[in-house]
Design a protein around this ligand. Structure first.
Ligand code: SF4
Length: 278
């Protein structure tokens, strides 16, 4: 189903999203619109504007987000509110250890808090993942988490949009988008996230050396702090880091520890650009 195709009510996807937003607009308060600077949130915000919605767009800044993403938000969406999390990520990292695919405590600390007792507008799409394919247009989120003690209502106006729909809308409406997409990144957000595949994580390691260095430092510190726990499994922090990245050791050609000089950043950008635009 394309962006222009009609549903049973005779609405195309844009009209259906607008109708949903208008129907659920809270009476005496604005929506809490989750804005990441990614392509979906850019579209969500634009559709909310078309719906005449009253909302506050909120970004949860993270030390793992690429600098390009943060600069993009500041430049093109200066009214977006930067709402800092209750506990800084690296502090939580020291306490909880490194996040893993099956133990990803960090989403709760970085992304998924906020919006308690509010009506939230999110840019989730069902074709993004299996778990998202089970989501609904309107959800009553009663799950209590460490930072969300009260329920919240979640509205997902873009749920049935495909990635192609999103790009079509961006082009047709001449919306700005983050430059990282032109480098071939399919999605924005946490650099070297354990949910991504190892090839992608390695690519991010070289493309974002400052964040790679922050991870490296985090692992060094963590290993020292919890040596009793880790030394039976890993000889040192470097082994632990590369195990976490999915490798036995730093692959050939990879600079380790990450170097954060300006020259290195320039060189690594050039490599990525050349790979994507042969
Ligand atoms: S997206 Fe990945 S790195 Fe970011 S908070 Fe979630 S699991 Fe952690």
């Amino acid at each position: 189903m394309t962006l222009g195709q009609l549903d049973f009510d005779g609405n195309n996807k844009i009209e259906a999203s607008i109708a949903l937003i208008q129907t659920w607009q809270p009476i005496n308060e604005p929506y809490y619109l989750g804005f990441s600077g990614g392509k979906d949130s850019v579209v969500l915000k634009s559709v909310a504007d078309k719906a005449g919605a009253d909302y506050i767009a909120v970004y949860h800044p993270s030390p793992l987000d690429p600098p390009e993403q943060i600069r993009f938000i500041r430049e093109y969406y200066p009214k977006v509110v930067f709402e800092r999390g209750p506990i800084p990520f690296w502090k939580a990292f020291e306490k909880k250890g490194f996040p893993q695919r099956m133990k990803r405590w960090c989403c709760e600390y970085i992304k998924e808090w906020g919006g308690s007792e509010k009506v939230c507008l999110l840019g989730l799409r069902s074709d993004e993942s299996k778990s998202r394919s089970r989501r609904c247009f309107v959800e009553n989120d009663i799950k209590k988490t460490r930072f969300n003690k009260a329920p919240r209502t979640i509205i997902n106006p873009l749920l049935k949009w495909s990635g192609r729909d999103v790009w079509t809308y961006i082009r047709e409406n001449n919306l700005p988008y983050c430059s990282l997409y032109d480098e071939g990144f399919k999605r924005l957000g946490c650099v070297m996230c354990p949910l991504a595949n190892k090839k992608q994580r390695l690519r991010e390691y070289t493309r974002f050396p400052k964040i790679a260095y922050a991870w490296y430092r985090g692992f060094q510190k963590l290993y020292e702090m919890k040596k009793d726990k880790y030394e039976s499994r890993w000889e040192n922090a470097d082994d632990m880091f590369w195990w976490w990245m999915g490798y036995e050791q730093a692959p050939d050609g990879i600079v380790y520890p990450p170097v954060v000089s300006k020259t290195f950043i320039f060189e690594s950008s050039k490599v990525v650009w050349a790979q994507n635009h042969p």
